[in-house]
Design a protein around this ligand. Structure first.
Ligand code: SF4
Length: 390
C-alpha cells in the first residue's frame, strides 16, 4: 500500500501510531516449556518438566484471577519458551480466563510464538478457532548448516510449511524470527536465508543478532575458544536484511522489526510507549500504576508462590526523572522516535548528546527525538541513562 493511500496510524513507523500505543492495554503470558535448550538461550525456560504442565497452568490461572480488574485487553501475547508445545485447548482456557477477568477488545490482537517443528495444519486451525490472530515462528534461518549451529531441530522446509498452513488457517498476521551472526554464517548465506523468508510474503519480520549470554552453552563454548559473533559481519547482515525487507515492502519500525502497514505488534508497541501492561507466568514482568514488578524465575518457586497468590519476586516504583528517562530509553528503539520532552532537552544540552547529534546518531526533529543510525541505538540509550536529574 503506498504511504499516500494509508492513514497515519496504519504506517509502521508513524509517530501517531507510536504515541497512540501508550493508551493500549496489553498482557503477556509466559509459557516456559521447551523440548530442549538451545545453546544461546537465556530465557526463563524449563525442559523435561512437561509432567508439571497442569500445575503450571493452575498457577497461571490463580495469578490471572488475583490480578485486579482492568479495561478490556487490546493485545495478548503468549511468549516463551514454546507456547506451540501446549495443546490449543489449554491455551484457549487461559484466554477464557483473561476474558473473564479483564475482557477482550472487539479487535483484540492475540499472538503466540511457535516453533516450526511442533506446528501442523490441524494445530493452526485449532489455534485460530481458539481466537489467536497472529503467529510468530522461530524459524531463525533457512540454511540447514546455520540451524544446526544454532542447535535448532527443524529443517528449513518446515519453516515454509508452517507459514503456508498459518495462512491457510486464516491467521491475520504471520511473522518469522531470524537470527544473524552464528558461527560460519557469511553474508551470502544470510542473504539467501532472508530472501527465502521474504519470498513467503510475510506480514512481519524480526531479525536479531546472536548474542553470547552468560550461563549459556554458547558462552561456555566461546570461553573455551570457539569464535564469538563478529560485530562487523553482524552490522553488514543487519544492513542487508534492512535493504531486502524494505525492497519487499516492509517498513522498519524498531531496531529489529519490519512490518507491512497494519501489521505491527501491538504488545511491543504498547511496551515501547511506556503503557501499562500485565504479565503472567514464570519470570513475567508487568508495569501498572507506576509500579514495575517481576515474578519468580525459579520454576518450582514460581509454582508454589503463584498457587499461593504471591508470584511477585520484586518490584520498584518508576516515577519522576527515572520515569522520564525510561520513556526516552524505550521510545528511542522505534523508528518513529519519541516526544523529546524534558529528557530530550537534557540530552541535547549534554556533552554526549551533542556529540551524538554532531555524529548523526540522533536527531531532534520538531518535538521528536530519533535515532538516525539504528545500530548505534545502544550508544544513545547509554547517554540517556547517564543523564543526571535536573
Ligand atoms: S526454543 Fe526458544 S525459548 Fe526454547 S530454548 Fe530454544 S531459544 Fe530458548
Amino acid at each position: 500500500m503506498p504511504r499516500s493511500e494509508s492513514t497515519p496510524t496504519d504506517w509502521p513507523d508513524s509517530p501517531e501510531l507510536a504515541d497512540r500505543a501508550g493508551g493500549w492495554t496489553a498482557a503477556y503470558v509466559h509459557i516456559p516449556f521447551c523440548s530442549r535448550l538451545c545453546p544461546y538461550c537465556d530465557f526463563a525456560v524449563v525442559t523435561g518438566r512437561e509432567g508439571d504442565l497442569d500445575r503450571y497452568l493452575f498457577a497461571l490461572g490463580a495469578e490471572i484471577d488475583s490480578e485486579p480488574a482492568w479495561k478490556p485487553l487490546d493485545s495478548v501475547y503468549f511468549g516463551g519458551g514454546t507456547p506451540s508445545l501446549i495443546d490449543p485447548t489449554q491455551l484457549a482456557r487461559v484466554l477464557e480466563k483473561l476474558d473473564r477477568q479483564f475482557g477482550l477488545a472487539a479487535d483484540v490482537e492475540i499472538s503466540l510464538e511457535a516453533n516450526p517443528e511442533d506446528w501442523s495444519p490441524a494445530k493452526a486451525v485449532a489455534l485460530r478457532e481458539a481466537g489467536f490472530t497472529r503467529v510468530s515462528f522461530g524459524a531463525q534461518s533457512f540454511e540447514q548448516r546455520t540451524l544446526i549451529s544454532l542447535g535448532r531441530r527443524h529443517r528449513p522446509e518446515q519453516g515454509e510449511e508452517a507459514v503456508a498452513s498459518a495462512r491457510a488457517a486464516g491467521f491475520r498476521s504471520v511473522n518469522l524470527d531470524l537470527i544473524y551472526g552464528s558461527a560460519g554464517e557469511d553474508l551470502a548465506r544470510w542473504t539467501s536465508s532472508v530472501e527465502r523468508a521474504l519470498g513467503l510474503g510475510l506480514d512481519h519480520l524480526s531479525c536479531y543478532g546472536l548474542t553470547v549470554e552468560p550461563g549459556t552453552a554458547l558462552h561456555r563454548r566461546v570461553a573455551a575458544g570457539a569464535p564469538a559473533p563478529d560485530p562487523d559481519i553482524q552490522a553488514d547482515q543487519w544492513e542487508t536484511a534492512n535493504a531486502l525487507a524494505t525492497d519487499a515492502g516492509l517498513v522498519r519500525y524498531e531496531v529489529s522489526n519490519w512490518a507491512r502497514p497494519g501489521h505491527t505488534v501491538r504488545y511491543n508497541l504498547a511496551v515501547w510507549a511506556q503503557a501499562d501492561f500485565l504479565g503472567f507466568g514464570l519470570s513475567a514482568h508487568r508495569f501498572r500504576g507506576g509500579i514495575r514488578s517481576h515474578n519468580y524465575r525459579h520454576f518450582d518457586t514460581y509454582l508454589e508462590a503463584a498457587t499461593a497468590g504471591v508470584p511477585v519476586a520484586g518490584y520498584e516504583e518508576v516515577s519522576g526523572w527515572d520515569r522520564e528517562l525510561e520513556r526516552l530509553f524505550l521510545g528511542l528503539r522505534r523508528a518513529a522516535g519519541v516526544i523529546s520532552g524534558a529528557g530530550g532537552a537534557a540530552l541535547g544540552a549534554s556533552p554526549e548528546g551533542a556529540r551524538l547529534e554532531e555524529a548523526g546518531v540522533i536527531a531532534f526533529d520538531q518535538d521528536r527525538l530519533r535515532v538516525r543510525r539504528p545500530l548505534l541505538t545502544d550508544a544513545a540509550s547509554r547517554a540517556v541513562l547517564a543523564l543526571p536529574p535536573p
